[in-house]
Write a protein that binds this ligand. Structure first.
Ligand code: NDP
Ligand code: 2IT
Length: 457
């Protein structure tokens, strides 16, 4: 028996090594995708040791190759009547457990590597939600900063004029991400409806409530993160009450994470944007942050105009030097490296959970795990947004609306279930307390079983 296990273990490791080395060769110019794949692949060794049938079906080599990637030209006219050109993407990675599902990102850094890393993560995240949604992601290198409403609208219309032929309520359902919120989803939706000539509400999520959108979607990622962290805290006989919290970013995820953390009695002392961070020792005034970011679209620096006793620091990485009990990165990928993680550890941080996708690099994750930080990885901790997107799809299919409380209660249950499943998978596969391994395995097994069931095509 022991020999069989050892053989299985070494065969599992060999198999993963083999798939990853081929992946590196094929995608050597895609560092973010390789980073996401490395984290997931190597955490799956215990699963392959116990399930050699996944090796027989060559699940790993199949799951790392997207079903398809669509890349297209987006030409649009700016307010000076100049024609601008951007590149649009949709990565349809895996639709084994439901239509492709994932957000759209508008940011100048968007490229195929970033799209693929996000879509790959989304497969496992979406599986974890327990909702029938596959994994996808899209976006453009379009920079929304400084653009007028009319320019944003024309860009969204031009983007949808190509994207519409690749999506549909049962095919692929985009939503928001960085640079794409309810305003952009509204413009995209209007154009889709115009082209298709039918009211297919479930083709996009994150719409405004009253026009097909779900109550609670705007808050879902941030609130869901806090519900997840509440479970992590409960595990250690702790709570949010009087904890010092640092949240990076000041966008959709950050704002609603701050709101719920404060409602649970935490003191949130800092947040940021891509230019710098603010520190308010008395606790962030969220009404001010909302006015700056949601109403005015201004820089976080202007917080000092309302709260002169706060501090502003240029550059966003310094935020991790602020001592805190709980760190919640909610801005973007790779915002915490090994050095920042060591600073958090030295300052006594005990909990890190990711509102953003892949904000901690591999070195940072290894530091957390080796130093008794209880770590909630993004694909589990930030799954609340896409989970409520799936609830929006359900409402659209049923042609009805649910109350905020009904959605919020379902979100709380989903986040608790994700926590429990991740924790139990970590225990079952021999790494108790390691939610990275636990969430990767719990998500992977659902998709892998579906792939075995549907056969090779
Ligand atoms: P927003 O566009 O609403 O906000 C993004 C925030 O992050 C802004 O404060 C922005 O600053 C900052 N930011 C963006 N890019 C960078 C960068 N390169 N360096 C430093 N700061 C940066 O996006 P969201 O809040 O929706 O998304 C934040 C993160 O959460 C992303 O990783 C996203 O993938 C993830 N996520 C989002 C979900 C959702 O439902 N929206 C669901 C799950 C995960 P500035 O204003 O200066 O650009
Ligand atoms: O990263 C994410 O999970 C999102 N941006 C949300 C995707 C969605 O379809 O709601």
């Amino acid at each position: 028996m022991t020999t069989v296990l050892v053989t299985n273990e070494s065969r599992a490791k060999e198999y993963i090594d083999e798939v990853f080395s081929q992946l590196k060769q094929k995608n050597s110019h895609q560092p973010e995708f390789l980073q996401a794949a490395e984290e997931i692949l190597f955490s799956l060794a215990p699963v392959f040791a116990q399930h050699p049938e996944y090796i027989e079906h060559n699940i790993l080599a199949r799951i790392v190759e997207p079903d398809r990637i669509v890349s297209f030209r987006v030409a649009w006219q700016d307010d000076n009547n100049q024609v601008q050109v951007n590149r649009g993407y949709r990565v349809q990675f895996n639709n084994v457990i439901g239509p492709y599902k994932g957000g759209l990102r508008y940011h100048p850094t968007v490229n195929e590597s970033i799209m693929k890393f996000l879509a790959f993560e989304q497969i496992f995240k979406n599986a974890l939600t327990g909702q029938p949604i596959g994994g996808g992601k899209g976006g453009s290198d379009f920079n929304p900063k400084g653009k007028s409403d009319a320019e944003i609208m024309r860009f969204c219309q031009a983007f949808m004029t190509e994207l519409y032929r690749h999506i549909g309520p049962d095919v692929d359902v985009p939503a928001g991400d960085i640079g794409v919120g309810a305003r952009e989803v509204g413009f995209l939706w209007g154009q889709y409806k115009r082209i298709r000539g039918s009211y297919e509400a479930g083709v996009l999520t994150g719409k405004k409530p009253g026009y097909g959108g779900s109550l609670g979607r705007k808050e879902a990622t941030g609130y869901g993160l806090i519900y997840f962290v509440a479970e992590m805290l409960r595990e250690k006989n702790e709570s949010f009450l009087n904890k010092t919290v640092v949240v990076s970013g000041s966008g959709n995820v950050a704002i609603y994470a701050i709101e719920k953390a404060q409602a649970y009695g935490a003191k949130v002392v800092a947040c940021s944007d891509s230019a710098g961070y603010i520190y308010d020792s008395e606790g962030i005034d969220l009404a001010v942050v909302k006015e700056i970011k949601e109403l005015k679209g201004d820089r976080i620096k202007t917080y000092l105009n309302y709260r002169p006793n706060a501090e502003y620091h240029e550059g966003c990485t310094g935020i991790w030097n602020i001592p805190c009990d709980i760190a919640l990165p909610c801005a973007t990928q790779n915002e915490i490296n090994g050095d920042a993680a060591r600073t958090l550890i030295a300052n006594g941080t005990k909990f890190v959970a990711e509102g953003a996708n892949m904000p901690s690099d591999l070195e940072a994750i290894n530091e957390y795990l080796a130093n008794d930080i209880y770590f909630g990885p993004g694909k589990a901790a930030n799954a609340g947004g896409v989970a409520v997107s799936a609830l929006e799809m359900a409402q659209n299919s049923g042609r009805n609306y649910w109350s905020f409380n009904k959605v919020d209660e379902k979100l709380q249950d989903i986040m608790k279930d994700i926590y429990t499943e991740s924790k139990e998978a970590a225990e079952k596969y021999g790494t108790p307390g390691n939610l990275v391994v636990g969430s990767n395995i719990a998500g992977f097994v659902k998709v892998a079983n579906g792939m075995v069931a549907e056969g090779v095509y």
